[in-house]
Write a protein that binds this ligand. Sequence first.
Ligand SMILES: [Zn+2]
Length: 196
Amino acid sequence: MQAGRRTHPPSSSSCGSLVSLFEDVLAETPRARVELDLTRLPVRVAGRVMNELCNHALESQPEECCGLVTGTAEVRFLRTHRCRNEMTARHQQDPTTHPRTGTEAFLMNEADYLRAQLDAEAAGEHVTAVYHSHVGAGVYFSEMDQAFVNSPLFPFPEASHIVLSVWEHSVSGAGVFERDLASGTFAGALIEVGEE
Ligand SMILES: [Zn+2]
C-alpha cells in the first residue's frame, strides 16, 4: 500500500470489514512511513524466492501483488504463495467504504491465504512474511501498511513484511520490514539475495 491522503471522512460503517477497520485506525493514529534503514544488516532471501516475488509483482502491475512467504526454523523464507488482491473488486462494489483500488492498496483474498496457511502447516512450515508491491512508488512501509497490519483483524501479526517497488516495468528494489517487539514499531532492511 502506498502513502496517500485520506479522501473520505472516517467511516461510520457497521460493515466491520478489515478495510474499514484499518481506515478508522489510520484516522486515529497517523504514523510516518517507515523508510529503509541502511544501517541495518541486510536480510538474506534466496534468489529463487526473490525471482518468484519479482515475477508476481511484474505480472500484477499496474496493481499491487500480494501473498505469503512460509518457512521453517532453518529456512525463514522458503516458499511463496500468491494471493489474489481483492482491493479493486471491493472498490467497485463499494467505492465509499473502499476508496482505493488495487493500484495503490492490497487486500489478500481470504480463501487464498487460508489455503496457503494450511498448505504450509501441513508441510511443517509457518507464515514468516506477507509480501506486497508498490507500483510507481518506492520501498517503504506506508502509513496504510502500518495501520493495516496493526489492526486486530490482521491475520498474521507476527509476520515480517516484504515490500517490492515496481518502476517502469521492472523491480527497482525490495526490503524487509520487521516489528521491534519492545517498541512495536517497524524497521526496514535491504534484502541480500543469496543462494538457496
Ligand atoms: Zn505498501
